[in-house]
Ligand binder design. Structure first.
Ligand code: SF4
Length: 362
């Protein structure tokens, strides 16, 4: 995209302020009394200019959260409560869940865009990629001429590292990494403020994964959008995210700055997840994995969902569901003040009695 066609915002007013506030969002699959509760009162805030990583095992609700927040949840998914507040560049807050269909159509891709899991396979095989990008632009900006839309498509391709002369290629002429870049270019075509990426690099080899992650980071820096980056690979998030939220069985169990999750995970599940991947730097450590399996969402245990797999579980854990709150160490420093954890071990009322296990108290 040439400088004249690409909107390049400078860091300015609003950077660091909330752009997307998901509050007490609950989602069921099914409409009857035995519906499965896949998200339970999830609250999460994305700040302007931030990359927020969302990590957890398959089936924990990460993708459901993305689909619900963008009103793209397919049946039998049903949002049962909550709100998704989006704050525009003009400072006006809108609850996405209460927008009319027309309002939603107008704002989709311009305010929030999403790159789906396996999106690179959703390019139409019989149309050239230039046409596919241009069609997306024209659908939202019908007054734009096709010539201008194609010029924008060429600039978008250049922006994601693909030579503009590939505009006339069909999808099968591009590698997997290039097709995924095309999808990122399409998502950025209308200059969204929020980009949600659902496992955008899962189908790619590790070298290509790294390249794409670096490109997303560079584009975010240059264009100033905010990102929710969803993956089961928490080690990838350490590379790109400013903040990481760890999900388990439909709950956020830890929400903290990325380096703090990496160096000092507080929730036993975060700690176990990090010990499931080789460290990127520093000493080698033994990979331990996580014993057992995530709970059946239709038969959730009454207390902490992680209790059957947690080495620190106590009777209170098996009876009382822990909420996501600041920890007993919140007063210690800024790092701890910025962290929230859903675990009784960190409940200020309980920590005094037993003390934290060493590996969670550093
Ligand atoms: Fe483990 Fe109890 Fe914390 Fe759950 S609440 S993670 S079972 S210590």
């Amino acid at each position: 995209m040439t400088a004249s066609t690409l909107h390049v915002p400078q860091a300015g007013p609003g950077v660091g302020e909330p752009v997307l506030e998901i509050e007490n969002l609950s989602v069921d699959y099914g409409y009857t009394d035995d519906a499965t509760h896949v998200l339970r009162d999830v609250s999460l805030t994305l700040h302007r200019g931030e990359v927020l990583g969302l990590a957890g095992e398959s089936g924990c609700g990460k993708s459901t959260l993305a689909y619900a927040a963008t009103r793209l949840l397919p049946p039998p998914g049903l949002i049962t409560s909550g709100s998704v507040q989006f704050t525009g560049r003009d400072g006006v807050r809108t609850d996405v869940l209460r927008q009319s269909d027309a309002e939603l159509r107008a704002s989709r891709w311009q305010d929030m865009a999403i790159v789906f899991q396996g999106a690179m396979n959703s390019l139409n095989p019989v149309y050239r990629i230039g046409r596919q990008i241009a069609d997306g632009i024209l659908a939202h900006q019908p007054r734009t001429s096709r010539r201008d839309a194609l010029d924008q498509a060429a600039a978008l391709l250049e922006m994601v590292g693909i030579n503009a002369d590939r505009l006339r290629d069909y999808p099968h002429q591009l590698s997997g990494g290039m097709r995924q870049r095309v999808m990122i270019a399409m998502a950025l075509a209308l200059d969204p403020q929020v980009l949600i990426m659902d496992e955008p690099t899962t189908a790619l080899d590790v070298v290509m994964q790294r390249q794409i992650v670096e490109e997303i980071a560079e584009l975010r820096e240059r264009l100033g959008f905010s990102v929710i980056f969803i993956t089961h690979d928490v080690s990838l998030l350490i590379e790109i995210a400013d903040r990481i939220a760890i999900m388990y069985a439909g709950d956020i169990v830890e929400d903290a700055r990325a380096q703090d999750v990496y160096r000092r995970p507080r929730h036993p599940y975060s700690s176990a997840l990090l010990h499931s991947f080789p460290p990127l730097r520093g000493e080698r450590r033994e990979l331990t994995g996580i014993p057992g399996a995530p709970p059946d969402m239709q038969k959730m245990p009454p207390g902490c969902p992680f209790a059957p797999r947690c080495p620190h579980a106590t009777d209170v854990c098996r009876q009382v569901h822990p909420g996501l709150t600041p920890t007993a160490l919140a007063g210690r420093d800024d790092v701890e003040a910025a962290r929230r954890v859903a675990c009784h071990l960190h409940d200020p009322a309980l920590v005094g009695a037993s003390g934290l296990p060493d590996e969670l108290a550093r």
